[in-house]
Structures are given as structure tokens and as C-alpha cells.
Design a binder for this molecule. Structure first.
Ligand code: URA
Length: 271
């Protein structure tokens, strides 16, 4: 194939939203590394140094990510608990190598907005634009979120924004349960340290992971739940539809609008 044909293929991929070269099939890097170690241990050592076969080493996982997921999650809990301020938490998270999403992400998208605001909104995970900028909700769904906030008299100076998972999953795939379990202690500590009056869970994943609610988002949206922090304090939590879903299903915006008006009434002390 000539250069133009390759360029056309790449253009097609960019248009289709491919922005990260990973691979066509998943690889179990743990198994690969173990097999290589076994092979090396079994091979007789050459007496004289002769030409060696080139070996493509498996990309080593950072030491913190190489443990069993439960061990990494408990390390994450320990690290998150050590943070006394949001700045410390962000610095600890930036240093934390236990979540492999960090390897493919460009930036940590820790937070945006005002941590002293009365409302904290939490989504699932950053997308391409958030990854590029290093802040949550900056792409199209973030712009819709801003318009919804504006409609009830709020903006990023008056609310605090974060995600359950602070690194972009490659190709915007859904974060795995292990990735969520590893990141959860950090978002829980982030909520504790921000201590908002109201927690808005944007979409089903944020709702199920933070509130432990397994019912679908269309069933539970627009109702108040309690979010319990470790110190026993409870925050009023409101699940609502994710702005990305509202962009795909514009007719459902009326439900999102209803939920945001409910939030406004709660801020005004009416409900
Ligand atoms: N979707 C999310 O859940 N979070 C973002 O930051 C962007 C899109």
C-alpha cells in the first residue's frame, strides 16, 4: 500500500473517533510476563555469549498496579485516607500508580469548579476533551451541564465537579469494576473533604457506585437519597440523567430539567 492509502486509513480512523492506538485483541500481560519468566528460568544458560534472539519485553506494570486488585484497592484506601485537604488528595492521586488507566490517560482530571460550593456533581469518567485539558466535564456534555446549571442560577464558581474515575478509559470504554474499586476510595475522600450540602450523581454509573443503588437511573432519578460519609454525616444526594445521555436522547431533557429545578428548590430551602 502506498503512503496515500495509509493516510486515508488513518484519516478514517480519526473521523471514527479512534484517538489511541492500543491493540486489536486484549492481552493478559500478567500471563505473558509469567510465561517469559518461566521460559527464562527453564532455558539452559549458554556457556559462551552468542547471538541472542531479540525478546520483546511485556511493558512492565508499575509496581503498585501489579498486586491483586483487592490489595491495590486497600492501598488506595490507605493513601486516600492520608489526605487532609483536596490539594493533598490531588497530589496523592497524581503520584498513585495503582490504576492502569493512568498509563493511557494524558492527564489526571481531578476536579473543576469551586470546592466550597454547596453542590458537588459527580460523573463517571473523563472523555477525550477532559483528558486533554485535565478537568472534568469540558467536552460536549460539560457544555450542556453548564447550560443546565446556568438555568438554575449556578455555574462553575458555585459548584464543584468530579468523576468516580479520574483518568480517561481508553477509547471511552466503561471503566471495569476493578478500576472503579481502586478509584472509589479517592472519590469518597474527595466528597468527604469537599463536604457539599448536595451531591448530584450524573448518570447510572455514578449513582450505583456512590449510592449503591442498583435500580436503573430512569427509575431513581429525581428522588432524594442519603450519602453517608465515614464520619457518620449524611449528605442529600440526587441522581439525575447524565448530560451525555441527554445529548443522545434530547426528549429526555425535560426530565433532567425537572431534576435540576428540584435541586434549585432544595437550595432555596423549599424541599
Ligand atoms: N462524562 C463524564 O462522566 N465525565 C466527564 O468528565 C465527561 C464526560
Amino acid at each position: 500500500m502506498d503512503l496515500d492509502a495509509w493516510r486515508a486509513i488513518l484519516d478514517f480512523q480519526v473521523e471514527a473517533g479512534v484517538d489511541l492506538a492500543l491493540d486489536e485483541t486484549p492481552h493478559d500481560r500478567f500471563a505473558l510476563a509469567a510465561a517469559q519468566a518461566r521460559k527464562q528460568a527453564e532455558e539452559p544458560k549458554p556457556r559462551t555469549a552468542g547471538p541472542r534472539e531479540p525478546v520483546t519485553p511485556a511493558r512492565p506494570l508499575p509496581r503498585e498496579a501489579a498486586g491483586a486488585p483487592e490489595d491495590v484497592a486497600s492501598l488506595a484506601r490507605e493513601r486516600a485516607a492520608a489526605a487532609e485537604t483536596l490539594e493533598e488528595l490531588e497530589a496523592i492521586l497524581a503520584e498513585f500508580d495503582g490504576c492502569t488507566l493512568k498509563l493511557s490517560a494524558k492527564n489526571l482530571a481531578f476536579s473543576d469548579g469551586n470546592p466550597a460550593g454547596r453542590v458537588m456533581l459527580v460523573g463517571e469518567a473523563p472523555g477525550a476533551e477532559e483528558d486533554r485539558i485535565g478537568k472534568p466535564f469540558r467536552g460536549r456534555s460539560g457544555q450542556l451541564l453548564d447550560r443546565m446549571l446556568e438555568a438554575i442560577g449556578l455555574d462553575r464558581n458555585s459548584v464543584y465537579v468530579a468523576n468516580v474515575v479520574p483518568w480517561r478509559p481508553p477509547g471511552n470504554r466503561t471503566p471495569t469494576p476493578q478500576e472503579i474499586a481502586i478509584c472509589r476510595p479517592f472519590i469518597e475522600r474527595q466528597i468527604e473533604l469537599a463536604a457539599p450540602e448536595f451531591l448530584v450523581c450524573l448518570g447510572g454509573p455514578a449513582t450505583s457506585n456512590l449510592l449503591g443503588i442498583k435500580d436503573g437511573i430512569l427509575k431513581v432519578r429525581g428522588r432524594w437519597f442519603g450519602y453517608s460519609m465515614r464520619d457518620g454525616c449524611e449528605i442529600r444526594a440526587l441522581p439525575t440523567l447524565h448530560p451525555a445521555y441527554l445529548l443522545r436522547q434530547p426528549l429526555q431533557k425535560r426530565l433532567g430539567w425537572r431534576d435540576f429545578r428540584l435541586l434549585r428548590r432544595a437550595l432555596d430551602g423549599e424541599v
